[in-house]
Design a binder for this molecule. Structure first.
Ligand code: 5GP
Length: 200
């Protein structure tokens, strides 16, 4: 494992997973946090978004689904720490959750786009660990995206794949880069990075 320079810090880390749509970030987060030893050291963050809810997504679990007006109100009230505009929708990380995690010495695992990852790495350079997740191929990403109902939106699949290609060019700016060609293996690798970072 590379030495990234977090000094003696072992608490209050911000782990960020980024990667193209269909790289399996959300599943990875869910699987990693199933581990009881890790779960008790982490706070779960749920982002705000203005995108419509997909089949199987639950309010307050997958995201806080809000209207564009509500999103702007939260921004004005400074309730959002960082935010992005992704394929026509707004996404934002609740400030309170991240600040609470840091205060309590707990860690946090977030799925953010490249913009969000860059922002948090600059803002908290010694506590942010960035992990880029690559799908084994763009066609594999396509199959994963087709498994959701977002293709109901005309053009959404192609827009996500196009943006995914651009996102791949940022992979080398991340602390770590993994290929998610096997879920169990990818879960093991993310856990290994986390354990290595937080273990005394
Ligand atoms: P999706 O619509 O597929 O759930 O998310 C689209 C993209 O937005 C993904 O890359 C996801 O990681 C990212 N994302 C989700 N929540 C946030 C957030 O709060 N901030 C930022 N910067 N990106 C987010």
């Amino acid at each position: 494992m590379p030495e990234i320079g977090y000094g003696k810090r072992k608490k209050g880390f911000i782990f960020i997973l980024s990667g193209p749509s269909g790289s399996g970030k959300t599943t990875l987060v869910r699987e990693v946090l199933k581990c009881p030893q890790l779960r008790r050291k982490f706070i779960k963050s749920v982002s705000f978004t203005t995108r419509p809810r997909r089949r199987g997504e639950r309010q307050g679990q997958s995201y806080f689904f809000v209207s564009p007006g509500e999103f702007q109100r939260l921004l004005k009230l400074k309730k959002i720490l960082e935010h992005t505009h992704y394929l026509g929708y707004h996404y934002g990380t609740p400030r309170a959750i991240v600040e609470q995690a840091i205060k309590k010495g707990l860690h946090i695992l977030l799925c953010l786009d490249v913009r969000g990852a860059t922002f948090l790495k600059r803002r908290y350079p010694t506590r942010t660990v960035t992990i880029f997740i690559k799908p084994p191929s763009l066609s594999a990403a396509k199959v994963r995206i087709l498994g959701r109902d977002i293709v109901a939106q005309p053009g959404e699949l192609n827009r996500r794949l196009r943006l995914g290609k651009q996102e791949l060019s940022y992979a080398n700016k991340y602390d770590y880069c993994l290929i998610n060609d096997n879920l169990k293996k990818a879960v093991r690798e993310v856990k290994r990075i986390i354990q290595w970072t937080i273990s005394p």
